[in-house]
Design a protein around this ligand. Structure first.
Ligand code: UD1
Length: 415
Protein backbone atom coordinates (compact mmCIF):
# COMPACT_ATOMS: atom_id res chain seq x y z
CA UNK A 1 0.00 0.00 0.00
CA UNK A 2 0.94 3.60 -0.35
CA UNK A 3 -0.74 4.89 2.80
CA UNK A 4 -0.22 6.09 6.38
CA UNK A 5 -2.39 4.85 9.24
CA UNK A 6 -2.83 6.96 12.35
CA UNK A 7 -4.76 6.29 15.54
CA UNK A 8 -5.60 9.74 16.82
CA UNK A 9 -6.07 11.25 20.23
CA UNK A 10 -2.59 10.83 21.71
CA UNK A 11 -1.05 14.11 22.96
CA UNK A 12 2.48 14.24 21.53
CA UNK A 13 5.57 14.30 23.70
CA UNK A 14 9.08 13.38 22.65
CA UNK A 15 12.17 14.73 20.90
CA UNK A 16 13.32 14.65 17.27
CA UNK A 17 15.97 16.26 15.10
CA UNK A 18 14.66 18.35 12.22
CA UNK A 19 15.65 17.05 8.78
CA UNK A 20 17.55 19.06 6.16
CA UNK A 21 15.53 21.44 4.03
CA UNK A 22 14.06 20.20 0.74
CA UNK A 23 13.69 23.67 -0.72
CA UNK A 24 17.29 24.58 0.17
CA UNK A 25 18.79 21.28 -1.03
CA UNK A 26 17.27 21.23 -4.52
CA UNK A 27 18.69 24.56 -5.76
CA UNK A 28 22.09 23.69 -4.25
CA UNK A 29 22.03 20.47 -6.28
CA UNK A 30 21.32 22.60 -9.35
CA UNK A 31 24.11 25.00 -8.36
CA UNK A 32 26.57 22.08 -8.29
CA UNK A 33 26.22 21.93 -12.09
CA UNK A 34 28.09 25.23 -12.38
CA UNK A 35 31.18 23.77 -10.71
CA UNK A 36 32.94 21.29 -12.98
CA UNK A 37 33.99 19.23 -9.98
CA UNK A 38 32.87 17.95 -6.61
CA UNK A 39 30.23 19.44 -4.32
CA UNK A 40 29.32 17.89 -0.98
CA UNK A 41 25.96 18.56 0.64
CA UNK A 42 26.08 17.51 4.28
CA UNK A 43 22.84 16.68 6.06
CA UNK A 44 21.00 16.33 2.78
CA UNK A 45 17.44 15.06 3.33
CA UNK A 46 16.66 11.58 1.97
CA UNK A 47 13.41 12.50 0.28
CA UNK A 48 12.06 11.51 -3.10
CA UNK A 49 12.46 15.00 -4.61
CA UNK A 50 16.19 14.85 -3.82
CA UNK A 51 16.39 11.34 -5.31
CA UNK A 52 14.57 12.57 -8.43
CA UNK A 53 17.00 15.48 -8.81
CA UNK A 54 19.90 13.05 -8.32
CA UNK A 55 18.49 10.89 -11.10
CA UNK A 56 18.22 13.92 -13.39
CA UNK A 57 21.85 14.92 -12.72
CA UNK A 58 23.03 11.35 -13.36
CA UNK A 59 21.11 11.26 -16.63
CA UNK A 60 23.07 14.37 -17.66
CA UNK A 61 26.39 12.63 -16.93
CA UNK A 62 27.07 13.57 -13.29
CA UNK A 63 28.24 11.02 -10.74
CA UNK A 64 26.46 11.00 -7.40
CA UNK A 65 26.82 8.99 -4.23
CA UNK A 66 25.86 9.11 -0.56
CA UNK A 67 28.16 8.81 2.42
CA UNK A 68 25.87 8.61 5.44
CA UNK A 69 23.85 11.79 5.23
CA UNK A 70 26.20 13.56 2.81
CA UNK A 71 25.32 13.72 -0.87
CA UNK A 72 28.43 13.94 -3.06
CA UNK A 73 27.96 15.31 -6.54
CA UNK A 74 30.69 15.13 -9.16
CA UNK A 75 29.46 17.21 -12.06
CA UNK A 76 32.84 17.19 -13.86
CA UNK A 77 31.78 14.52 -16.37
CA UNK A 78 28.44 16.17 -17.23
CA UNK A 79 28.01 16.44 -20.98
CA UNK A 80 24.24 16.47 -21.59
CA UNK A 81 21.80 19.38 -21.52
CA UNK A 82 18.50 17.61 -22.17
CA UNK A 83 16.43 16.59 -19.15
CA UNK A 84 14.26 13.60 -20.10
CA UNK A 85 10.57 14.35 -19.99
CA UNK A 86 9.68 11.56 -17.55
CA UNK A 87 12.41 12.66 -15.11
CA UNK A 88 11.82 16.40 -15.22
CA UNK A 89 8.05 16.11 -15.00
CA UNK A 90 8.32 14.36 -11.64
CA UNK A 91 9.30 17.54 -9.89
CA UNK A 92 8.73 21.20 -10.47
CA UNK A 93 12.14 22.07 -9.08
CA UNK A 94 13.80 20.70 -12.22
CA UNK A 95 13.11 24.19 -13.65
CA UNK A 96 15.90 25.50 -11.41
CA UNK A 97 18.35 23.63 -13.66
CA UNK A 98 17.58 26.15 -16.38
CA UNK A 99 19.89 28.84 -15.00
CA UNK A 100 22.75 26.50 -14.19
CA UNK A 101 22.64 24.51 -17.45
CA UNK A 102 22.55 27.77 -19.42
CA UNK A 103 25.38 29.13 -17.28
CA UNK A 104 27.57 26.10 -17.88
CA UNK A 105 26.65 24.91 -21.39
CA UNK A 106 24.80 27.86 -22.96
CA UNK A 107 21.97 25.43 -23.67
CA UNK A 108 19.20 23.54 -21.87
CA UNK A 109 16.18 21.44 -22.81
CA UNK A 110 13.61 20.78 -20.09
CA UNK A 111 10.04 19.54 -19.92
CA UNK A 112 7.60 22.10 -18.62
CA UNK A 113 7.87 21.45 -14.90
CA UNK A 114 5.69 19.13 -12.82
CA UNK A 115 5.44 19.02 -9.02
CA UNK A 116 2.55 19.88 -6.77
CA UNK A 117 -0.83 20.53 -8.33
CA UNK A 118 -1.47 23.79 -6.52
CA UNK A 119 -2.47 26.13 -9.28
CA UNK A 120 -1.06 27.43 -12.51
CA UNK A 121 2.59 27.75 -11.51
CA UNK A 122 3.79 29.56 -14.65
CA UNK A 123 7.47 30.08 -15.52
CA UNK A 124 7.23 33.44 -17.30
CA UNK A 125 9.32 35.22 -14.65
CA UNK A 126 12.09 32.62 -14.94
CA UNK A 127 12.26 33.08 -18.71
CA UNK A 128 12.05 36.88 -18.65
CA UNK A 129 14.93 37.05 -16.15
CA UNK A 130 17.21 34.76 -18.14
CA UNK A 131 16.34 36.62 -21.35
CA UNK A 132 17.85 39.74 -19.76
CA UNK A 133 21.10 37.75 -19.45
CA UNK A 134 20.99 36.86 -23.16
CA UNK A 135 19.04 33.57 -23.26
CA UNK A 136 16.47 32.80 -25.95
CA UNK A 137 13.62 30.30 -25.57
CA UNK A 138 11.25 28.29 -27.71
CA UNK A 139 8.87 25.41 -27.10
CA UNK A 140 8.73 22.19 -29.10
CA UNK A 141 6.66 19.10 -28.24
CA UNK A 142 6.02 20.34 -24.71
CA UNK A 143 9.75 20.78 -24.12
CA UNK A 144 11.31 24.11 -23.27
CA UNK A 145 14.45 24.84 -25.31
CA UNK A 146 16.89 27.48 -24.04
CA UNK A 147 19.94 28.82 -25.81
CA UNK A 148 22.51 31.53 -25.25
CA UNK A 149 25.74 32.20 -27.15
CA UNK A 150 27.05 33.07 -23.75
CA UNK A 151 25.12 34.52 -20.83
CA UNK A 152 26.26 38.01 -19.83
CA UNK A 153 25.51 40.29 -16.90
CA UNK A 154 22.35 42.38 -17.12
CA UNK A 155 19.64 44.25 -15.25
CA UNK A 156 16.67 42.21 -14.04
CA UNK A 157 13.64 43.66 -12.31
CA UNK A 158 10.95 41.28 -11.08
CA UNK A 159 7.42 42.68 -11.09
CA UNK A 160 6.60 40.14 -8.38
CA UNK A 161 8.93 38.13 -6.16
CA UNK A 162 9.36 34.47 -7.13
CA UNK A 163 11.60 32.06 -5.25
CA UNK A 164 12.39 29.83 -8.22
CA UNK A 165 12.81 32.69 -10.71
CA UNK A 166 15.18 34.53 -8.35
CA UNK A 167 17.20 31.34 -7.93
CA UNK A 168 17.35 30.82 -11.70
CA UNK A 169 18.44 34.42 -12.25
CA UNK A 170 21.20 34.05 -9.63
CA UNK A 171 22.37 30.74 -11.10
CA UNK A 172 22.45 32.25 -14.59
CA UNK A 173 24.32 35.35 -13.44
CA UNK A 174 26.95 33.97 -11.09
CA UNK A 175 29.33 32.87 -13.87
CA UNK A 176 28.13 35.32 -16.54
CA UNK A 177 30.78 37.91 -17.39
CA UNK A 178 29.98 41.43 -16.15
CA UNK A 179 27.69 42.74 -13.47
CA UNK A 180 24.09 41.69 -12.86
CA UNK A 181 21.65 43.58 -10.70
CA UNK A 182 18.43 41.77 -9.74
CA UNK A 183 15.69 43.90 -8.21
CA UNK A 184 12.41 42.73 -6.68
CA UNK A 185 14.04 39.46 -5.56
CA UNK A 186 12.42 36.92 -3.33
CA UNK A 187 13.95 37.12 0.16
CA UNK A 188 13.00 33.57 1.16
CA UNK A 189 15.73 31.81 3.19
CA UNK A 190 16.14 29.32 0.33
CA UNK A 191 17.39 32.17 -1.90
CA UNK A 192 19.71 33.35 0.85
CA UNK A 193 21.16 29.86 1.33
CA UNK A 194 21.75 29.49 -2.39
CA UNK A 195 23.64 32.80 -2.52
CA UNK A 196 25.74 31.87 0.52
CA UNK A 197 26.60 28.54 -1.05
CA UNK A 198 27.60 30.16 -4.34
CA UNK A 199 29.83 32.65 -2.51
CA UNK A 200 31.49 29.76 -0.65
CA UNK A 201 32.19 28.22 -4.05
CA UNK A 202 33.82 31.44 -5.31
CA UNK A 203 30.83 33.49 -6.48
CA UNK A 204 30.59 37.25 -5.87
CA UNK A 205 27.08 38.06 -4.71
CA UNK A 206 26.19 41.06 -2.56
CA UNK A 207 22.91 42.17 -1.01
CA UNK A 208 22.14 38.68 0.28
CA UNK A 209 18.88 38.66 2.27
CA UNK A 210 17.61 41.86 0.62
CA UNK A 211 15.36 42.28 -2.40
CA UNK A 212 18.25 43.58 -4.54
CA UNK A 213 21.10 41.24 -5.38
CA UNK A 214 24.27 42.49 -7.07
CA UNK A 215 26.37 39.86 -8.76
CA UNK A 216 29.82 40.22 -10.29
CA UNK A 217 30.28 37.30 -12.69
CA UNK A 218 33.25 35.01 -11.98
CA UNK A 219 34.95 32.77 -14.57
CA UNK A 220 34.36 29.56 -12.60
CA UNK A 221 33.36 28.07 -9.26
CA UNK A 222 35.42 25.66 -7.19
CA UNK A 223 34.77 22.52 -5.15
CA UNK A 224 32.96 23.15 -1.92
CA UNK A 225 30.81 21.57 0.77
CA UNK A 226 27.96 22.97 2.83
CA UNK A 227 25.59 21.81 5.54
CA UNK A 228 22.00 21.86 4.31
CA UNK A 229 20.02 24.06 6.72
CA UNK A 230 17.21 22.55 8.78
CA UNK A 231 13.81 22.47 7.12
CA UNK A 232 11.60 25.30 8.39
CA UNK A 233 8.51 23.74 6.81
CA UNK A 234 9.09 20.25 8.28
CA UNK A 235 9.78 21.88 11.66
CA UNK A 236 6.61 23.96 11.31
CA UNK A 237 4.63 20.83 10.46
CA UNK A 238 5.76 19.25 13.73
CA UNK A 239 4.88 22.40 15.68
CA UNK A 240 1.38 22.02 14.21
CA UNK A 241 1.39 18.30 15.09
CA UNK A 242 2.10 19.21 18.71
CA UNK A 243 -0.61 21.91 18.59
CA UNK A 244 -3.31 19.70 17.11
CA UNK A 245 -2.87 17.10 19.90
CA UNK A 246 -2.50 19.77 22.63
CA UNK A 247 0.73 17.95 23.44
CA UNK A 248 4.34 18.89 23.85
CA UNK A 249 7.55 18.12 21.95
CA UNK A 250 11.15 19.13 21.47
CA UNK A 251 12.60 19.87 18.03
CA UNK A 252 16.39 19.79 17.88
CA UNK A 253 18.07 22.30 15.56
CA UNK A 254 14.76 23.86 14.51
CA UNK A 255 15.54 26.98 12.43
CA UNK A 256 13.59 29.31 14.74
CA UNK A 257 15.11 32.39 13.11
CA UNK A 258 13.21 31.44 9.94
CA UNK A 259 10.00 30.39 11.75
CA UNK A 260 8.90 33.72 13.23
CA UNK A 261 5.52 33.95 11.45
CA UNK A 262 4.48 30.42 12.42
CA UNK A 263 5.64 30.74 16.02
CA UNK A 264 3.72 34.01 16.30
CA UNK A 265 0.51 32.26 15.22
CA UNK A 266 1.29 29.34 17.53
CA UNK A 267 1.49 31.74 20.45
CA UNK A 268 -1.74 33.45 19.38
CA UNK A 269 -3.48 30.07 19.44
CA UNK A 270 -2.27 29.60 23.02
CA UNK A 271 0.90 27.57 22.46
CA UNK A 272 4.05 28.30 24.43
CA UNK A 273 7.62 27.72 23.35
CA UNK A 274 11.17 28.23 24.48
CA UNK A 275 14.39 27.99 22.50
CA UNK A 276 17.53 26.95 24.35
CA UNK A 277 20.78 25.34 23.23
CA UNK A 278 19.41 24.68 19.76
CA UNK A 279 16.25 23.01 21.04
CA UNK A 280 12.74 24.29 20.43
CA UNK A 281 10.53 23.12 23.32
CA UNK A 282 6.81 23.22 22.73
CA UNK A 283 3.92 23.21 25.14
CA UNK A 284 0.61 23.10 23.30
CA UNK A 285 -1.63 22.27 26.26
CA UNK A 286 -3.17 25.76 26.08
CA UNK A 287 -3.95 25.80 22.33
CA UNK A 288 -7.58 26.94 22.21
CA UNK A 289 -7.80 30.29 20.41
CA UNK A 290 -9.08 30.58 16.85
CA UNK A 291 -7.11 32.76 14.43
CA UNK A 292 -8.73 35.36 12.21
CA UNK A 293 -7.35 37.48 9.42
CA UNK A 294 -4.27 35.37 8.69
CA UNK A 295 -2.89 35.61 5.14
CA UNK A 296 -0.09 33.67 3.51
CA UNK A 297 2.63 36.01 2.37
CA UNK A 298 6.15 36.07 1.01
CA UNK A 299 8.92 35.73 3.59
CA UNK A 300 9.02 36.81 6.38
CA UNK A 301 5.22 36.50 6.26
CA UNK A 302 3.30 33.31 6.96
CA UNK A 303 4.51 30.63 4.48
CA UNK A 304 2.03 29.20 1.98
CA UNK A 305 3.70 25.81 2.53
CA UNK A 306 2.29 25.72 6.09
CA UNK A 307 -1.18 26.99 5.24
CA UNK A 308 -2.87 23.58 4.90
CA UNK A 309 -1.17 22.19 8.00
CA UNK A 310 -2.33 25.20 10.02
CA UNK A 311 -5.87 24.85 8.65
CA UNK A 312 -5.83 21.25 9.96
CA UNK A 313 -4.98 22.56 13.45
CA UNK A 314 -7.59 25.33 13.32
CA UNK A 315 -10.20 22.74 12.27
CA UNK A 316 -9.91 21.42 15.85
CA UNK A 317 -9.94 24.80 17.66
CA UNK A 318 -13.44 25.81 18.82
CA UNK A 319 -14.62 29.10 17.37
CA UNK A 320 -14.22 30.65 13.92
CA UNK A 321 -10.91 31.05 12.14
CA UNK A 322 -10.13 32.26 8.65
CA UNK A 323 -7.03 31.90 6.53
CA UNK A 324 -6.45 33.58 3.19
CA UNK A 325 -4.14 32.06 0.57
CA UNK A 326 -2.50 34.84 -1.45
CA UNK A 327 0.42 33.01 -3.15
CA UNK A 328 -1.12 30.09 -5.05
CA UNK A 329 -4.68 30.09 -6.38
CA UNK A 330 -5.53 26.42 -5.81
CA UNK A 331 -3.98 25.45 -2.52
CA UNK A 332 -7.00 24.19 -0.58
CA UNK A 333 -6.87 20.66 -1.98
CA UNK A 334 -6.84 19.14 1.51
CA UNK A 335 -10.07 20.88 2.57
CA UNK A 336 -12.59 18.37 1.06
CA UNK A 337 -10.61 15.57 2.70
CA UNK A 338 -10.61 17.36 6.07
CA UNK A 339 -14.37 17.73 5.67
CA UNK A 340 -14.57 13.93 5.29
CA UNK A 341 -12.99 13.79 8.75
CA UNK A 342 -15.78 15.94 10.13
CA UNK A 343 -14.14 19.36 9.73
CA UNK A 344 -16.41 22.33 9.14
CA UNK A 345 -14.56 24.38 6.53
CA UNK A 346 -15.85 26.36 3.58
CA UNK A 347 -13.65 27.96 0.96
CA UNK A 348 -14.84 31.22 -0.51
CA UNK A 349 -12.57 32.51 -3.29
CA UNK A 350 -9.10 32.47 -1.68
CA UNK A 351 -10.20 32.28 1.96
CA UNK A 352 -10.91 29.22 4.10
CA UNK A 353 -13.53 29.80 6.82
CA UNK A 354 -13.03 27.27 9.58
CA UNK A 355 -15.39 26.48 12.45
CA UNK A 356 -13.49 24.28 14.89
CA UNK A 357 -14.90 20.96 16.13
CA UNK A 358 -13.86 17.41 16.98
CA UNK A 359 -12.60 15.35 14.06
CA UNK A 360 -13.15 11.67 13.45
CA UNK A 361 -10.92 9.18 11.64
CA UNK A 362 -11.62 8.46 7.97
CA UNK A 363 -10.02 7.17 4.78
CA UNK A 364 -8.68 10.26 3.00
CA UNK A 365 -6.48 10.94 0.03
CA UNK A 366 -3.39 13.16 -0.22
CA UNK A 367 -3.42 15.18 -3.47
CA UNK A 368 -0.12 16.99 -2.99
CA UNK A 369 2.78 17.23 -0.56
CA UNK A 370 1.80 19.78 2.11
CA UNK A 371 -1.91 19.02 1.88
CA UNK A 372 -1.00 15.39 2.55
CA UNK A 373 0.97 16.37 5.64
CA UNK A 374 -2.10 18.36 6.78
CA UNK A 375 -4.22 15.19 6.64
CA UNK A 376 -1.65 13.34 8.76
CA UNK A 377 -1.72 16.20 11.28
CA UNK A 378 -5.53 16.10 11.37
CA UNK A 379 -5.39 12.33 11.86
CA UNK A 380 -3.32 12.82 15.02
CA UNK A 381 -6.27 14.59 16.65
CA UNK A 382 -9.14 12.62 15.10
CA UNK A 383 -11.00 10.04 17.09
CA UNK A 384 -10.29 6.53 15.86
CA UNK A 385 -8.22 5.54 12.83
CA UNK A 386 -7.33 7.67 9.83
CA UNK A 387 -5.85 6.23 6.66
CA UNK A 388 -4.09 8.78 4.42
CA UNK A 389 -3.65 7.39 0.91
CA UNK A 390 -0.97 8.50 -1.56
CA UNK A 391 1.88 8.51 0.94
CA UNK A 392 4.30 9.09 -1.97
CA UNK A 393 3.24 12.74 -2.18
CA UNK A 394 4.27 13.24 1.44
CA UNK A 395 7.58 11.45 0.87
CA UNK A 396 8.52 14.12 -1.69
CA UNK A 397 9.30 16.42 1.21
CA UNK A 398 9.39 14.49 4.50
CA UNK A 399 12.18 12.00 5.11
CA UNK A 400 10.05 9.80 7.30
CA UNK A 401 7.01 11.49 8.80
CA UNK A 402 5.98 8.22 10.49
CA UNK A 403 9.39 7.83 12.17
CA UNK A 404 9.38 11.45 13.36
CA UNK A 405 5.82 11.43 14.69
CA UNK A 406 6.36 8.01 16.34
CA UNK A 407 9.36 9.46 18.15
CA UNK A 408 7.05 12.25 19.27
CA UNK A 409 4.71 9.62 20.70
CA UNK A 410 2.10 9.32 17.95
CA UNK A 411 0.46 6.06 17.05
CA UNK A 412 1.27 6.04 13.33
CA UNK A 413 2.62 3.61 10.75
CA UNK A 414 3.19 3.11 7.05
CA UNK A 415 0.72 0.82 5.35
C1 UD1 B 1 8.85 27.83 -4.01
C2 UD1 B 1 8.87 26.60 -3.14
C3 UD1 B 1 7.47 26.24 -2.72
C4 UD1 B 1 6.80 27.44 -2.07
C5 UD1 B 1 6.89 28.68 -2.95
C6 UD1 B 1 6.38 29.94 -2.27
C7 UD1 B 1 10.77 25.28 -3.88
C8 UD1 B 1 11.24 24.04 -4.56
N1 UD1 B 1 9.44 25.51 -3.90
O1 UD1 B 1 8.10 27.52 -5.17
O2 UD1 B 1 7.55 25.15 -1.81
O3 UD1 B 1 5.42 27.13 -1.90
O4 UD1 B 1 8.26 28.91 -3.30
O5 UD1 B 1 7.10 30.19 -1.10
O6 UD1 B 1 11.56 26.02 -3.30
N2 UD1 B 1 4.87 32.93 -10.48
C9 UD1 B 1 4.58 33.51 -11.69
N3 UD1 B 1 5.47 33.34 -12.70
C10 UD1 B 1 6.63 32.65 -12.56
C11 UD1 B 1 6.93 32.07 -11.31
C12 UD1 B 1 6.02 32.23 -10.29
O7 UD1 B 1 3.55 34.14 -11.86
O8 UD1 B 1 7.41 32.55 -13.53
C13 UD1 B 1 3.92 33.07 -9.36
C14 UD1 B 1 3.37 31.73 -8.87
O9 UD1 B 1 2.29 31.28 -9.64
C15 UD1 B 1 2.99 32.08 -7.45
C16 UD1 B 1 4.05 33.11 -7.04
O10 UD1 B 1 4.61 33.61 -8.25
O11 UD1 B 1 1.73 32.70 -7.44
C17 UD1 B 1 5.15 32.59 -6.15
O12 UD1 B 1 5.74 31.46 -6.74
P1 UD1 B 1 7.28 31.12 -6.54
O13 UD1 B 1 7.84 31.96 -5.47
O14 UD1 B 1 7.92 31.15 -7.89
O15 UD1 B 1 7.21 29.62 -6.04
P2 UD1 B 1 8.18 28.45 -6.46
O16 UD1 B 1 9.56 28.93 -6.65
O17 UD1 B 1 7.53 27.68 -7.55
Amino acid sequence: MDAIRITGGVPLDGEIAVQGSKNAALPLMAAAVLNKGVTVLFGCPRISDVFSMEEVLRSLGARTRWEQDALILDTGPMDQVKVKRELGEKMRSSIVLLGSLLGRFGEAVLPYPGGCVIGQRPVDLHLAALEKLGARFYEEDGMLHAKAQRLAGGEICFAKPSVGATQNAVLGAVCAPGRTVIRGCSREPEVTWLCRFLNLAGGRIRGIGTDCLKIQGVPSLHDTGMQIPADRIAAGTYVCASAVTRGRGILRNAPVGEMGALLHVYEKMGGQYAFNSGKLSLCSCGVKNPVRGLRTQVYPGFPTDLQSVLVAVLATVKGESCVEETIFEDRFKAVPELVRMGADITVCRSTAHIRGRDLSGARVCARELRGGAALVVAGLAAEGETCVENRHFIERGYEDICRDLSLLGACIRKD
